[in-house]
Design a protein around this ligand. Structure first.
Ligand code: HEM
Ligand SMILES: *[C@@H]1O[C@H](CO)[C@@H](O)[C@H](O)[C@H]1NC(C)=O
Ligand SMILES: *[C@@H]1O[C@H](CO)[C@@H](O)[C@H](O)[C@H]1NC(C)=O
Length: 345
């Protein structure tokens, strides 16, 4: 450190500064270097995520994650949807920090049983497989939070969606928040358009991001309990579509709650723009989905994406990068978990 400062000060020998000016300047530089070194060491630097974070330490991570994701998706196409959703539910609760992956224990309540997650989120065994394969090639290097981000990308690509430059360098939390996961950080399917916009704004995402990210509902399934009220009680729904969805979702709560229906009626295992075409035809499965058509700005985006698949792909990719940037732990904060389900001891 001292050598570095002395080396950097050599140019003063040729300057016309007075001795005291030189002392002042060298003191300033020394303080700046010390401050920067300390902030780097403590992790409070403005560390940014970057696409090449593992280019020296684990360049194979993309291929290792991709091959497990492709195998899982070829066994069951829906798994691609479930894995994408894990990254979303992770990022919206105290940032993209893998908090959603922590298992409950007798002394710790994690996020897995919070209302939006309980009996709904899935894919944890695939994440375990990915983590153990990554640990085999680069032990102790890649965080579970980054694994979720790369897994989301590889899942979308495996189902025919766009690619993007995924940013990395997140670290894993040592805690989780049942109350935040349970208490509105993750939007409910009963949300109004205003609720949706506000929930996304709360994590720094725009209404534009919200409409583009909602296109994730071009893949995957929802349970009767998530769409019952919409198909029985709402009026902004195609009536034949409502009858079709009622047929596998009994009216009374408690019966058939876990019966599944595809979020995209036409191509539920292809990542395309049919989600938006459905909304135009009032065939959105969730109350919240159909809300996007009720606002001028969001409605015009729905129309644009429904006729312009390339515009959707570009905007979805950009919005995924924005979502992946939500409050990451970086530097010396958090840890690199050895097992994504438990904090390191
Ligand atoms: C705009 C607000 C959103 C709301 C209200 C919402 C709500 C829901 C609900 C209720 C389900 C069905 C859960 C169940 O019944 O088990 C679901 C499924 C899903 N969501 Fe969302 N979601 C939203 C945004 C997103 C975003 C931003 C993504 C990803 C970028 C996403 C990805 C998915 C996927 C892929 C599924 C299907 C999962 C599977 O089949 O396992 N959602 N969502
Ligand atoms: C989660 O679902 C299970 C099974 O339906 C239920 O027994 C449990 O009470 C639920 N947990 C919470 C916290 O709601
Ligand atoms: C439909 O609305 C009525 C009146 O508000 C309510 O009593 C009923 O529980 C709702 N049904 C569903 C399936 O949400």
């Amino acid at each position: 450190m001292l050598l570095y400062i002395n080396g950097n000060l050599s140019f003063f020998k040729h300057s016309l500064l007075t001795h005291s000016d030189k002392m002042a300047a060298s003191t300033t530089i020394a303080f700046a270097l010390i401050a920067c070194t300390l902030c780097f060491m403590s992790g409070t630097s403005l560390a940014r995520l970057t696409p090449n974070f593992y280019s020296k330490t684990c360049p194979q991570v993309f291929e290792v994650v991709g091959s497990v994701v492709r195998a899982a998706v070829s066994r069951e196409r829906r798994m691609g949807a479930s894995l994408l959703r894990l990254h979303f539910h992770d990022c919206f609760v105290n940032g993209c920090d893998a908090s959603i992956l922590l298992d409950d224990t007798p002394t710790f309540r994690g996020e897995k049983t919070a209302a939006p997650n309980n009996n709904s989120v899935r894919g944890f065994d695939v994440i375990d497989m990915i983590k153990s394969n990554v640990e085999r090639v680069c032990p102790g290097v890649v965080s579970c939070a980054d694994i979720l981000a790369i897994t989301a990308l590889k899942s979308v690509v495996a189902l025919g969606g766009p690619t993007w430059e995924v940013k990395l360098g997140r670290r894993d939390s040592k805690t989780a928040s049942f109350s935040a996961a349970n208490g509105g950080a993750i939007p409910s399917p009963q949300s109004s358009l205003t609720n949706l916009i506000n929930t996304f704004r709360a994590v720094g995402l725009s209404a534009h991001d919200m409409v583009a990210l909602s296109g994730a509902h071009t893949i995957g399934q929802a349970r009767c309990t998530s769409f019952r009220a919409h198909v029985y009680n709402d009026s902004n729904i195609d009536s034949l579509f409502a009858i079709l969805r009622q047929s596998n979702c009994p009216r009374s709560p408690g019966s058939g709650d876990n019966n599944l229906a595809p979020l995209d009626i036409s191509t539920p295992t292809r990542f395309d723009n049919h989600y938006y075409k459905n909304l135009i035809m009032h065939q959105g499965l969730l109350h919240s989905d159909q809300q996007l058509l009720s606002g001028g700005f969001t409605g015009s985006l729905v129309e644009r994406y429904s006729v312009n698949p390339m515009s959707f792909r570009v905007d979805f990719a950009a919005a995924m990068v924005n979502m992946g940037d939500i409050r990451p732990l970086t530097g010396a904060n958090g840890e690199i978990r050895k097992n994504c389900r438990v904090v390191n001891s």
